[in-house]
Design a protein around this ligand. Structure first.
Ligand code: SF4
Length: 487
């Protein structure tokens, strides 16, 4: 039997470090949904989907192809000259593709990235309003790569009339962006919609959109399609309303609810950006996500990807696969993906066992203490990235309820540039991790170590290349024993 002492064996005694976490006390907070708590046929659908399974996001990659530029609504957070509304990430789409180009790109990525398990169409407009393009792309990909899951993201306005085709094409995963269930609130988010050959505005437009979203969700749930609901958290507009959205979509059979922060900047040219509407802080986001716990299961690992993203969540390899870089001849062969999936099955078994043991040990301690830990990781569930190379940190909480994932925090720029540390980047990282107690990474230089410690964040590379949750359980034990993270 592993004990908490086994996890910390080898650590040195030292002075106690002050804890600063408040932490969430909910025991269901951050439940990852695995083979033990999902029906087997559901687990089979989600186990390799990096967005629908928190566990899978450590191992599997998704890609989006930007083949659907047309949209039937206007959201105040979206400017399609830059990107898509449905995933609410106002970055630039590098290339809009025809279905033939899109399918070619998918075949090329599948050959080069064995982690690929999902193809999603998330705009940059609406995948269902622009259905001709979406379907043509999926037709080729499903014929050539039947092992790749197909996924759609939509605002829901054109959803009801497409449900039969969605089911017929074996599209098991659909995301609907639902920001309100009250049209009065909707009128503050959507200036207009285009429906039945007519442009609608104001509360009437939001009413139509709401009815179509609810009808589409009901129809998909009745046909066994897994629905993820994305909601953009807009402070002062729908922040207090999203708990009601969560309740409503759960009652209608949504599988997951993904509350995402509004990203707002005048440079994006959106109505919100130009009119000073701010996005929420990480703490405000967490508060709403925590308030929704107990309803539809929360997704906390979303990265608000671009409509042309490629790779593991949190990395973007899109620039490796622009049209001019695609090979002339593309082989279609599943050997590498099959071998990778077999390897992942072995790895995740070991990871699951280590994670369960770590959670049980922290819970056994029955301690009031809580510890918030940021982790630099490149995947596989390991502490395996250098501090200076990280473009995001995964944040976990250890407390009386166990060890659980709270979310990923992106940073604006890497600390390490061309072998040198950037002070301005470090200041930004410290700001983003202000509520974190300990930072785990594979390696860290002396300079950032000192600065982080000054800011009250203990850096540690003691657990390099170990599984994340046991490392956190060991830290938790050290903290209870009064030793610092790098003891
Ligand atoms: S935006 Fe979120 S849900 Fe969509 S692919 Fe990225 S991580 Fe998954």
């Amino acid at each position: 039997m592993i004990t908490i002492e086994d996890l910390v064996r080898g650590g040195k005694a030292g002075a106690a470090a002050p804890a600063k976490s408040g932490g969430c006390a909910s025991s269901s907070c951050g439940s990852s949904g695995g083979p033990d708590d999902l029906a087997p046929h559901i687990w089979e659908k989600v186990k390799d989907h990096p967005c629908y399974s928190e566990e899978a996001h450590h191992y599997f990659a998704r890609m989006h192809v930007a083949v659907a530029p047309a949209c039937n609504i206007q959201c105040n957070y979206c400017n399609r000259k830059y990107d898509c509304a449905n995933e609410s990430r106002p970055g630039v789409v590098s290339e809009r593709l025809t279905p033939e180009q899109g399918a070619r790109k998918v075949l090329a990525v599948a050959q080069a990235v064995p982690q690929l398990s999902v193809l999603g169409i998330a705009g940059p407009g609406d995948a269902l309003y622009d259905w001709r393009h979406t379907r043509a792309t999926f037709d080729v990909v499903s014929r050539q790569l039947p092992d790749i899951k197909l996924c759609i993201s939509t605002n829901g306005l054109a959803l009801p009339e497409h449900v039969d085709e969605i089911v017929g094409m074996h599209i098991d995963h659909v995301t609907i962006t639902i920001n309100m269930v009250d049209p009065e609130i909707g009128a503050k988010i959507y200036p207009w919609i285009y429906f039945q050959h007519k442009r609608w505005t104001g509360v009437k437009a939001a009413q139509i959109l709401h009815q179509r979203q609810m009808l589409g969700l009901d129809m998909l749930a009745a046909r066994g399609v897994l629905v993820k609901v994305n909601s953009v958290l807009i402070p002062g507009i729908n922040d207090e309303h999203l708990v009601e959205v969560n309740r409503e979509v759960k009652a209608r059979g949504a599988f997951l609810h993904n509350v995402m922060p509004l990203i707002s900047d005048p440079a994006h040219g959106t109505w919100f950006g130009l009119n000073g509407q701010r996005g929420p802080t990480a703490q405000e986001l967490k508060k709403v996500q925590d308030a929704c716990e107990g309803g539809a299961k929360m997704m906390r690992h979303c990265r608000q990807c671009r409509a042309d993203a490629v790779g593991l969540l949190g990395e973007d390899r899109g620039q490796e696969f622009t049209l001019d870089k695609l090979p002339e001849t593309i082989m279609v062969d599943t050997a590498d993906r099959d071998a990778y999936r077999e390897e992942v099955e072995r790895k995740r078994e070991a990871h699951r066992a280590a994670k369960a043991a770590a959670g049980a040990l922290v819970r056994e301690a029955r301690d009031a203490c809580s510890l918030t830990v940021a982790v630099a990781t490149k995947g596989d569930g390991l502490v395996n990235q250098h501090f200076g190379h990280a473009s995001e940190f995964q944040v976990y909480l250890a407390d009386g309820a166990g060890v659980r994932f709270l979310g990923a925090r992106k940073i604006d720029e890497h600390y390490c540039k061309g072998g040198l540390g950037e002070d301005s980047a470090l200041a930004g990282i410290i700001d983003i991790l202000a509520d974190v107690d300990v930072l785990l990474c594979a390696k860290i230089g002396d300079c950032p170590k000192v600065e982080l410690a000054h800011a009250g964040i203990e850096p540690s590379d003691d657990f390099a290349y170990e599984f994340i949750e046991p490392a956190i359980a060991a830290l938790y034990a050290r903290r209870r024993a009064g030793a610092p993270a790098d003891a």
